[in-house]
Design a protein around this ligand. Structure first.
Ligand SMILES: *[C@@H]1O[C@H](CO)[C@@H](O)[C@H](O)[C@H]1NC(C)=O
Length: 579
């Protein structure tokens, strides 16, 4: 509760001191802007705003506390350009690269005034300037439309690779067309919030997906055994399930094999889990191939998973690899990605009601950018990527896929990190539960769970994702206890199911009302698994690979030991093929 009091304090600060202080600076600008006869100042705003996208925030200064940014607003009366300001709440700073407020420690670019600017192609013109099928580079050169955003500069000024976002790629996926996009293979809706099959919300099961990221081994299997103890059952009588996005290094394949035997879903979190976020954002097709398809080869072999059930991918650090990642996935028969985050709100700033807007008008503010859309914070359902994604790509280092891909996106709705929803303020959402850094006690965690459950349950019942690193849940005994308490409380209802990602897709492909869900066949597989693991004494293979010089790593498996520790160039561990 102490945190609340702190937040109340910053609220006051923001509203009384903060905004009025910043308004002084902006009022100055605004007056200059309108200053009679003083054309110079006008010019400087025009200059400042020349060629600047209207939705891009930038800093006027790098001194100060990194909370204030402005953007160029051309809308006003007589289409004069003005600066519209935004200030992040206390404790947060504005990240220029990602264009959002975030905790101060996460923001590394306070010394930069603006996003680095690149030469842009000339895509929007009243009259086409190139022959049909071609588009104009920044320098007026015309090249084939297909050459834009293919990861290879084709324009002399290289501008063809500089406008490739979900909104700007000339070869981007089209907007959702519900007449073309039909289940079971395609699902989309304009704002992402529509329920599949148009089922009434009160007939939709509230699905909850518990997922874990990282290696599976002796450090965490006790936790998994406690949560998924075989006694806890969904309303259809089948055991509750989780999804494990696993990385290879240090994983124990006997444990992986047993989780799979018990009906949990194994999915890929990569082979190396290299701790260089840029490697993932900038990874080539072959990098993604080696990491995800190569990683899957290792898991299938050493956990003896032969049923083709490893179909999901989550990018390390949630650093999505753009179109290349998704092209690789389609080629390799992956079915879904679970790394794209949907923001809670656009710019996470508290809206102060009428008082704020009265003040803004008094102080010559032009524009407020803090009302979050969608206003009710309705969560988003998973969607397929045949059509354009229905929300902004604001996390994920902005590298969401712009093209059409036959892949499901099991979107991660950010959690509302407030542990008390009656306290009306906006903080940035968090995608992994452990990134909700304000959650310090079991009580706070318990309230966070219930508040976010209600947010989903009382709106469109989009699946609620609870994404963990095992180490966080184990860091305090009360976290684990509260999670188990929450699960049992939910299972006492008859409308909540703890399911895997694949089970969510199965339901969406065949939307079934709660009243007939007990007989939903797709959810009956491995319904109530009993019995013992395949092997009680796995081979503890001590292995090396010339790819990791000086390291000996134990690979536990019920299968035979390979010759080498499987790694990126040698995923079977058989040795390097002569090349
Ligand atoms: C591996 O799986 C196959 C097919 O499920 C099974 O026949 C075989 O006995 C398993 N091998 C081991 C060593 O577990």
């Amino acid at each position: 509760m102490a945190t609340h009091r702190n937040y109340s304090k910053w609220l006051l600060l923001v509203l009384l001191l903060g905004l009025s202080a910043s308004s002084l600076g902006l009022r100055q600008k605004r007056q200059d802007d309108e200053g009679e006869g003083d054309g110079n100042e006008d010019q400087s705003i025009d200059e400042l705003c020349k060629d600047r996208p209207p939705d891009e925030y930038f800093r006027l200064t790098t001194s100060g506390d990194c909370r204030d940014v402005v953007r160029c607003d051309k809308a006003g009366e007589n289409l004069k350009t003005r600066l519209a300001g935004v200030r992040c709440p206390n404790g947060l700073a504005f990240d220029i690269e990602r264009q959002t407020c975030d905790w101060k420690t996460n923001v590394k670019n306070c010394k930069e005034l603006e996003k680095p600017r690149k030469v842009l192609p000339i895509l929007k013109t009243d009259e086409p300037i190139c022959p049909e099928g071609k588009l104009s580079c920044g320098n007026g050169e015309c090249i084939e439309k297909e050459l834009f955003c293919n990861d290879k500069p084709d324009c002399k000024d290289e501008s063809d690779e500089n406008a490739c976002s979900v909104e700007t790629d000339p070869n981007r996926a089209p907007d959702c067309d519900p007449t073309q996009c039909v289940l079971p293979d395609c699902f989309c809706s304009a704002d992402g919030t529509r329920i599949p099959g148009n089922i009434e919300p009160n007939q939709v099961p509230q699905m909850i997906t518990i997922t874990f990221n990282g290696a599976i081994n002796v450090d965490n299997t006790d936790l998994y055994d406690e949560i998924f103890n075989g006694q806890r059952q969904n309303p259809n009588g089948c055991q509750i399930r989780g999804t494990f996005f696993m990385s290879h290094k240090y994983s124990n394949y006997a444990s992986v094999q047993d989780l799979h035997r018990r009906g949990h879903e194994i999915a890929m979190f990569s082979l190396t889990h290299k701790d260089e976020p840029k490697y993932w954002t900038g990874g080539s097709y072959d990098d993604w191939l080696a990491e995800m398809a190569g990683g899957r080869l290792i898991v299938e072999r050493f956990a003896n998973i032969t049923d083709g059930s490893i179909i999901g991918v989550r990018a390390p650090y949630l650093r999505v690899g753009g179109n290349k990642q998704f092209e690789m996935m389609a080629d390799q028969y992956f079915v879904y990605d679970a790394s794209i985050t949907a923001p809670l709100g656009r710019v996470p700033i508290r809206v102060g009601g009428n008082k704020q807007f009265e003040m803004m008008a008094d102080q010559y503010f032009v524009y407020d950018a803090s009302i979050t859309a969608p206003l009710g914070r309705v969560p988003i359902w998973p969607y397929t990527l045949y059509f354009r994604m229905p929300h902004k790509c604001n996390g994920n280092a902005q590298n969401c896929p712009s093209r059409s891909h036959p892949i499901w996106e099991m979107v991660m709705n950010e959690l509302d990190r407030r542990d008390d929803p009656t306290f009306d303020e906006s903080l940035p959402g968090c995608h992994m539960v452990d990134s909700c850094s304000n959650i310090q006690t079991g009580d706070q965690f318990a309230r966070l769970l219930r508040h976010n459950f209600n947010r989903h349950f009382s709106t469109n019942r989009a699946p609620l994702g609870l994404h963990f690193h095992a180490s966080w849940l184990k860091s305090k005994k009360e976290f684990k206890e509260e999670l188990i308490k929450f699960i049992e409380e939910m299972l006492d209802r008859n409308d909540v199911y703890f399911v895997t990602m694949l089970q969510v897709i199965q339901w969406m492909q065949n939307p079934t009302e709660l009243t007939s869900l007990r007989d939903f066949q797709e959810w009956k597989e491995k319904c109530d698994v009993k019995g013992q693991p395949y092997c009680s004494l796995p081979n503890p293979c001590p292995l090396t690979t010339r790819e990791l010089p000086g390291q000996t790593i134990r690979l536990f498996t019920c299968m035979e030991c390979p010759n080498n520790y499987p790694w990126i160039l040698d995923p079977t561990g058989d040795g390097f093929s002569a090349k």
